[in-house]
Design a protein around this ligand. Structure first.
Ligand SMILES: Nc1ncnc2c1ncn2[C@@H]1O[C@H](COP(=O)(O)OP(=O)(O)OP(=O)(O)O)[C@@H](O)[C@H]1O
Length: 242
């Protein structure tokens, strides 16, 4: 469904992605792990054109995401993203943060957008907070509104870039629960996270990146417990001892 072919990306002299290829099938939950600076976020951002690749291709089904004639805004609806920094509009309520895109981008009526926003807020367990402003919500609740906002666009794929790393453990859990629920619903997801419990329980595949390259890719049990590459084993040993 999502085909990533030989992506290269540099910032100045620094090669951040060095020939990354990966396939994500419908319903897959691919978790990207690797040391800080290995290119995980950059790879994720290349998948919905928040970052432009230097060379290589990304396909979503038959559509070339990286094609010169492809509209990045259309792609970002099909490939939704949730960021570490929770970027809600502070002057809008939770519901309005969601209806904004539905009205502007989708051209939905006020009533239609409101219905859809409420149904997505319900999906993430926040219908009661629909009228609250971001300042009245906890970090975990804000992050769940961000997830609901992306879901309202009917994405085919959801990207998560360390969605819990700014949250303390309790609030992380409520976000991870929503993510696990999406896994159970069969959502196709690519996730950068340090939450190894989520990776073990929720992922269909783990990709270990180091220095801009895919070092190893496989099912969680294999990558965590019986990696083929020594570098992968060393990485997991180091994070176990953190
Ligand atoms: N917009 C940018 N301009 C310049 N350099 C960048 C930019 N974005 C990322 N980099 C650099 O690219 C490298 C890879 O960064 P990236 O954020 O993709 O790694 P990461 O594996 O997600 O790291 P972390 O786990 O620390 O978030 C880093 O050295 C970073 O400084």
């Amino acid at each position: 469904m999502l085909r990533i072919e030989d992506l290269w990306k540099s910032y100045g002299n620094e090669e951040v992605l060095r020939g990354v290829s990966l396939e994500v099938d419908r319903g897959d939950v691919e978790v990207l792990v690797g040391p800080s600076g290995s290119g995980k976020s950059t790879l994720l951002r290349c998948l919905n054109r928040l970052t432009e690749v230097d060379s290589g291709h990304v396909y979503l089904g038959e559509t070339e995401v990286t094609g010169p004639d492809t509209d990045p805004n259309a792609i970002r609806q099909q490939i939704g993203m949730v960021f570490q920094d929770i970027n809600l509009f502070t002057h809008l309520t939770a519901r309005q943060n969601i209806t904004l895109g539905l009205r502007k981008v989708r051209g939905q009526s006020k009533a239609e957008a409101r219905r859809r926003a409420d149904s997505e807020l319900d999906r993430v367990g926040l219908l009661a907070q629909a009228g609250s402003y971001p300042a009245q919500l906890s970090g975990g609740q804000k992050q769940r509104v961000g997830i609901a906002r992306a879901l309202a666009m009917d994405p085919e794929v959801m990207l998560f870039d360390e969605p819990t790393s700014a949250l303390d453990p309790e609030l992380s859990n409520e976000v991870l629960e929503v993510m696990s629920q999406l896994v159970a619903e069969g959502m196709t997801m690519v996730v950068v996270t340090h939450e190894m419990r989520f990776a073990r329980g929720g992922a269909t595949g783990i990709t270990f990146l180091d220095e801009g390259k895919v070092i190893e890719h496989g099912p969680p049990d294999q990558i965590f417990d019986d990696p083929e590459r020594e570098r992968t084993a060393r990485f997991f040993q180091s994070i176990r001892h953190e």
